[in-house]
Design a binder for this molecule. Structure first.
Ligand code: SF4
Length: 461
């Protein structure tokens, strides 16, 4: 009899929907049906068992081909590479569990490396603005039950977060919003006529890169400087700004969801900073929250795990040994790569080769490149070593943080192919092997007697 699993988490976008229903074959090896997920989420589950998988690590040979090696050999290779590297960097983690992110932190502590995650090229500016200005926020449950005005700024959830509107923000019937979308006003600020803009009550088709100007104009209205606002701001007529300002002020519970269109246009963290300030001003007359539209299902996870471990959410430099520090621009992956400071790159749970500027990829590729990922991505294809692992959220259970920073326990749906390891197991294996190597090196070069030393007591120079 096929098994029916309820309340499964979807391992794709930052909505982290945990109401998916999956039907698994009676031998537990194949996913037969998926319900409640969007088209993308459904494919994530179905593709997990319906395509050829690489199930063993592959090491690049001198002739450029790959040859299969065992997990032990792969772990040994990775540990030796970290030991030999002056500045190893581990990047990615959008599609890994928090358990793997914690294991990675332990590994980079032992290896004196740098930890960075996808926020470095997506919501890093948002995190910097949160440092500077704080941010009033809420959970997606509160949005569903209370929100009457939804403002999407530089985000297109119809395509990037397909169930955001139907599960949380616009269409669901909430406790205090029993009539769903008929009780909500939707405003979209976007330079393009996106499909999200197509369902909005108001679409402010802003001039690209002028977000700061428009946010400032809204603040001027709130502070009573309407007469000083020019007839046109950022491509938006003054009349529309005044009209939308009234809706913002009258909201009983408004939420601003912002995406890359705000964080990666001119101004970057300053755009988010002034958006937060607008929320603060609005909270003097109504009730508003603000939330980043995080991309992957657990891209928020490393930010939380590393914050509680080191106090920093991304670009965490552990090379000093005694303390961690973070300085985007100095310790961020693209900048380090562009300056050719990284001599070992470990890509995990993302595809850096597909997302980074080509110059950064070329610089990283000059040195050893290891990819830990279930999929044959571009980052896997150019790697010196590709270690395939179980698919988080499908074959590997664990904690993930939704875009509103609510932790959710994801369950396993099917078993990994026999003999495969999870990313947490691989990272822990590398850390253990690295400790052995450090101890061996210490015995060989540093001390005469190995009787009284442990890896914790050794500082290899
Ligand atoms: S909206 Fe996102 S998390 Fe939800 S089912 Fe679709 S891809 Fe999965």
């Amino acid at each position: 009899m096929p098994k029916i699993l309820e309340g499964i988490g979807c391992p794709y976008c930052g909505c982290s929907c945990d109401d998916v229903r999956v039907v698994v074959s009676d031998d537990g090896k194949k996913i037969l049906e998926v319900e409640n997920a969007c088209a993308i989420g459904t494919e994530i589950f179905l593709q997990a068992t319906n395509h050829e998988r690489i199930t063993r690590p592959r090491l690049r040979q001198p002739d450029g081909s790959y040859s299969e090696i065992s997990y032990d050999e792969a772990i040994d290779f990775a540990a030796k590479a970290i030991l030999d590297a002056k500045k190893p960097l581990m990047y990615g983690f959008g599609s890994t569990t928090c358990e793997a992110q914690r294991a990675a932190a332990q590994l980079m502590e032992i290896g004196y490396g740098i930890l960075d995650n996808c926020a470095s090229i997506c919501h890093g500016p948002s995190l910097m603005a949160f440092f500077d200005n704080g941010h009033p926020t809420c959970t997606l449950g509160e949005v569903k039950n209370r929100a009457d005005v939804i403002l999407y700024w530089g985000a297109n959830p119809v395509h990037a977060h397909p169930r955001h509107m139907s599960r949380y923000a616009i269409y669901p019937l909430g406790f205090f919003k029993e009539n769903g979308f008929t009780e909500r006003t939707v405003i979209v600020v976007d330079p393009r006529k996106t499909d999200t803009a197509g369902v909005a009550d108001y679409h402010l088709q802003i001039k690209q890169g002028h977000d700061y100007d428009l946010l400032n104009a809204f603040r001027m209205v709130l502070y009573g400087y309407e007469s000083d606002i020019p007839e046109m701001v950022a491509g938006i007529p003054k009349q529309s700004i005044l009209e939308v300002s009234k809706i913002l002020k009258r909201a009983k519970f408004g939420v601003c969801f912002f995406g890359m269109g705000l964080t990666h246009t001119d101004g970057r963290n300053h755009n988010v900073d002034i958006a937060i300030s607008l929320m603060r001003d609005l909270n003097a007359v109504s009730k508003w929250s603000i939330m980043a539209m995080r991309g992957h299902f657990n891209v928020a996870g490393p930010n939380r795990v590393w914050c509680w471990t080191y106090g920093f959410p991304y670009c965490v430099d552990l090379t000093k040994g005694d303390y961690a520090h973070m300085n985007p621009g100095e310790t961020s992956t693209i900048d380090l790569a562009s300056r050719d400071e990284i001599d070992l790159f470990i890509n995990i749970g993302t595809d850096a080769a597909a997302h980074f500027p080509i110059d950064a990829v070329k610089k990283l590729k000059k040195h050893t490149w290891i990819t830990i990922d279930p999929n044959v991505s571009m980052a896997a294809e150019i790697a010196d070593l590709h270690i395939p692992v179980g698919i988080s959220g499908v074959e590997v259970p664990g904690i993930v943080y939704r875009m509103d920073n609510v932790p959710i326990q994801y369950r396993k749906v099917i078993d990994m192919p026999e003999g495969m390891l999870s990313d947490e197991e691989v990272l822990t294996g590398i850390a253990n092997r690295l400790e052995e190597l450090i101890l061996e090196k210490a015995k060989k070069y540093c001390l005469d007697s190995s009787e009284s030393i442990s890896s914790e007591s050794v500082i290899c120079t």
